[in-house]
Design a binder for this molecule. Structure first.
Ligand code: EPU
Length: 340
């Protein structure tokens, strides 16, 4: 059996920025076996590949010549459940938020801080998604991949995925070389709420939830995200466009001397995370636009498509923001999404 190859496919509806681009060839894969069919295909097999999940962490700046492999592998199931933990497996094409909701509905807690993050389960390890005090790396057990050259399947334990701050081996050595087909998540028991993040703490206090349930934490996270982050279905965006820079104590102190109000957080290893949102706002970019690309009002770390922006418009705004921040603070912000 062969896979239907779609040609000249518009990608506007397949990326949350909602920018125009065309895929010369696109194939939809619904299983690891489908991926092997792509690898063995006489025409597609050797061509460069571009893996597309929910399109929520990338920016198309031109048409795509590589074969777009759209991952639509479904299925969520419990593999193990004992006194110590629950092991969940999700197909890479499942929506991430769908996985979070499914686990909570089944009575398995532990992913609630990662509610409402756009994108697919398979994309989650690529940038090690994180929010409100929890990162995927805190829950990821293993990742199934299929190699684009050999067609072989392998299971990578989380420790081999080199998960870092919005970073992994899939953004580096394995970029374009393999496709994630499934992920496994281990949810530890007993469940303990992760409520250290100031926004979450404040929301729970305001609602008199001193001993919150998993659902209460889920509700808190959903409410906070809704109040701060634009919904991609109404305003195109890819979440945070920049990473928060991590600097050593000396650099942080130098910046602090000139900018005593800067928001920064000490990390365990003695370095500091600087709030990029604060720096962007300090440069006067909050709510501003360059053409049809804009800096979000509530969360300046998010760049938005105000309607009809192209990928290059958004990239031009990103560069202007990076230049301002560099001029004022001496640091170059690093983009978070994959730019194609
Ligand atoms: N801030 C300002 N001015 C503003 C907005 C925010 O100074 O106009 C300051 C806030 O005071 C706050 C700090 O910036 O102290 C950080 O803001 P926030 O807690 O909203 O989170 P963030 O650091 O901007 C990160 C992640 C988000 C994640 C949130 C919550 C990155 C690049 N982004 O944003 O992830 O949801 O924390 O944990 O690490 C994403 O990756 O796409 C994403 C949205």
């Amino acid at each position: 059996m062969s896979l239907p190859i779609e040609t000249d496919v518009p990608l506007r509806g397949l990326n949350t920025f909602g920018v125009d681009a065309t895929a010369r060839r696109l194939v939809r894969v619904r299983s690891a076996r489908d991926v092997r069919l792509v690898v063995d295909h006489p025409e597609l097999g050797r061509a460069p590949k571009c893996v597309l999940g929910g399109g929520s962490n990338l920016l198309f700046t031109h048409d795509v010549d590589a074969v777009v492999v759209k991952v639509e592998i479904a299925g969520i199931r419990v593999l193990e459940d004992d006194a110590h933990s629950t092991l969940i497996e999700a197909g890479a094409g499942e929506s991430w938020h769908g996985v979070v909701e499914w686990t909570l509905d089944q009575g398995y807690a532990g992913l609630e801080n990662l509610a409402r993050i756009p994108g697919t389960a398979g994309a989650a390890p690529v940038q090690n998604i994180g929010a409100y005090g929890l990162e995927l790396s805190d829950r990821l057990e293993s990742v199934d991949v299929v190699d684009f050259v050999t067609g072989r399947s392998a299971t990578l334990p989380a420790a081999h995925c080199r998960l870092g701050y919005r970073d992994s081996v899939f953004k580096r050595e394995l970029a374009g070389k393999s496709v994630i087909t499934a992920i496994r998540l281990r949810l530890p028991k007993p469940w303990t709420p992760v409520t250290g993040y100031a926004d979450v703490q404040r929301w729970l206090q305001r609602h008199n939830l001193n001993d919150p349930s998993p659902k209460a934490v889920f509700d808190a996270v959903c409410a906070i995200r809704q109040s701060k982050l634009p919904d991609p279905s109404t305003l195109g965006n890819a979440g945070s466009f920049f990473k928060n820079p991590v600097v050593n104590r000396t650099i942080r102190n130098e910046i602090l001397e000139e900018h005593p109000d800067i928001v920064s957080y000490p990390l365990e290893d003695g370095t500091y995370k600087l709030a990029a949102a604060w720096m962007i706002a300090a440069c006067g970019w909050k709510g501003q636009s360059l053409g049809r690309a804009g800096v979000h009002e509530q969360q300046p770390l998010v760049l938005v498509n105000r309607g009809g922006a192209s990928g290059t418009d958004i990239l031009a705004l990103a560069k202007a923001v990076q230049d301002s921040v560099q001029q004022k603070f001496g640091l170059r912000l690093e983009p978070e999404p994959v730019i194609l």
